[in-house]
Design a protein around this ligand. Structure first.
Ligand code: PLP
Ligand code: COI
Length: 343
């Protein structure tokens, strides 16, 4: 096993043994290749470099209590990649090819898979880029599908460490009827200015509103939003947010735990009535939110703060949801939904 401090990994690049690649050319996919070097040679005219002909995924592998290795819902990621690729008009790998590469990359990098109990996991980053040389704005005809991985810990702070966030009213992440619901690199580029500004001001995450009205909550820059009130799990319904696989799983888990699930528009003012608020996603898992500042503009002095629970503890219902989903991923709890794929 690699000689790493598994409890201090954070979410960062780390060189592993191999990356995998598969090329699409002349209408067909070639063989899967494994490389120890993670540098690429592509044309400087590749569409990915100019017009963001790029989409990606994120999923995790876990070493279980029973010693088995599990991937969490990889088929969902395969299908979402196909949906993103379709939107930008490029070829996507089949679900089978996607799954085969997920399993193989974990096997080839098994010594980087964190041990059970470390609260760390292996993050897989499937990435699809347009590579043929081009100048005009067109969908790429040749693509490279990469399967990358890295051992990761908590995305921000520590595991279940509540976060301090701010609403962005002066910058949107996605346009109305735009790309927000697809996992495209361009959405993250669009969030960088507001994220950098918020980060400089001491916030860990930015909460974006629906870009048409700025009246309803959309999502955070790298995760979906959920709230708890009474016995309800409430999460936004919007065309401009990423359909999170974690959020969809939490809805199922919440129902299993006897909670009501509400997926609907969530007006900003409703924040004052929530008992618990959290971020959810593959990288953030569940990150409780301690505070959301609403400001007319990020740099404005005028602040309306919304506070949830304690500064250093996760709320009880969010903790219950966290334990169930992590328990399934770690093989501590039986997987009644058939979500895990064994490596
Ligand atoms: N929303 C955004 C913008 C994200 O980047 C992510 C991360 O993938 C999510 C939501 C959560 O999605 P998932 O649970 O599928 O990882
Ligand atoms: C994920 O949770 O998989 C993400 O893609 C979020 C972020 C690291 C971009």
């Amino acid at each position: 096993m690699a000689n790493l401090d598994w409890t201090r990994l954070g979410f960062a690049y780390r060189k592993t043994n191999t990356i995998l690649s598969c090329s699409y050319k002349d209408g067909e996919w070639g063989p899967v290749e494994s490389h120890t070097d993670d540098n690429l040679t592509i044309s400087a005219f590749a569409g990915a470099l100019h017009y963001s002909v790029e989409c990606f995924e994120g999923l995790k592998a876990f070493r279980g209590a029973d010693g088995k290795v599990r991937l969490f819902r990889p088929e969902e990621n395969a299908k979402r990649l196909q949906r993103s690729a379709n939107f930008i008009g490029i070829a996507a790998p089949s679900v089978d090819r996607f799954l085969e590469m997920c399993v193989r990359v974990v096997k080839e990098n098994i010594d980087f898979l964190p041990p059970y109990g470390s609260q760390a996991s292996m993050y897989l980053r499937p990435t699809l880029i347009g590579v043929n040389p081009q100048l005009g704005v067109k969908s790429s005809t040749e693509c490279l599908f990469l399967m990358l991985c890295a051992p990761v810990g908590a995305y921000t702070g520590g595991t279940l460490q509540p976060s301090y966030t701010v609403i962005s009213r002066d910058y949107d992440r996605a346009a109305p009827n735009g790309t927000g619901s697809f996992k495209l690199g361009c959405n993250y580029a669009a969030s960088l200015y507001s994220y950098n500004l918020a980060h400089k001001l001491g916030y860990e995450a930015v909460l974006y509103l629906d870009p048409s009205h700025h009246a309803y909550i959309d999502e955070f820059g790298s995760s979906n939003f959920f709230a708890i009130r009474d016995n309800s799990y409430i999460t936004p319904k919007s065309d401009s947010i990423l359909p999170s696989i974690t959020n969809k799983s939490l809805e199922t888990v919440a129902k299993e735990l006897g909670m009501t699930v509400e997926r609907r528009q969530v007006p900003v003012e409703e924040l004052s009535s929530f008992e618990e608020v959290g971020e959810c996603g593959t990288a953030v898992v569940i990150t409780p939110v301690y505070r959301i500042d609403d400001k007319p503009a990020l740099e404005s002095q005028e602040v309306k703060p919304y506070l949830f629970g304690s500064k250093d503890q996760c709320g009880p219902k969010s903790l219950k949801l966290y334990k169930m989903i992590r328990g399934i991923q770690d093989g501590e709890i039986e997987d009644p939904f058939g979500w895990c794929l064994f490596v």
